[in-house]
Write a new protein. Sequence first.
Length: 131
Amino acid sequence: MLASPRWEALAAAGARPQRPLWASTSVKDPAYPDTRYVTDLVAPGVINTMPEATLRAVADHAQIPTDSVRGHYAEARQVLRDLEAVGVDFGDVTEGLESNGLAAFEASWRDLGDQIAARLRHPEEGRTTRL
């Protein structure tokens, strides 16, 4: 798509491609290195958001590759075939993850809005507390 004449015209007019986002890439399993989901998901044009503890770990001791994704396409395809062979429907898994992720982001957004609204209603209560 990014090599098409249509895209080239859009890019010439200032359009930029949408970039994939790895969201909140902290490690949940203590058996994994604390930078695993940062160093293992490096690719050009990708955004990675992470909690402060992960960011500090990356700054402290991560070895960041130039691209840790593109050289593993064949392995990834095999994993998907293996999952399908044991009855795991990748489409169902990704749909569930997307639904759960959206619900979590929406809940956080509502909570933030509620906190801001409460501060606006009662600004005197916000003098000694932080969001």
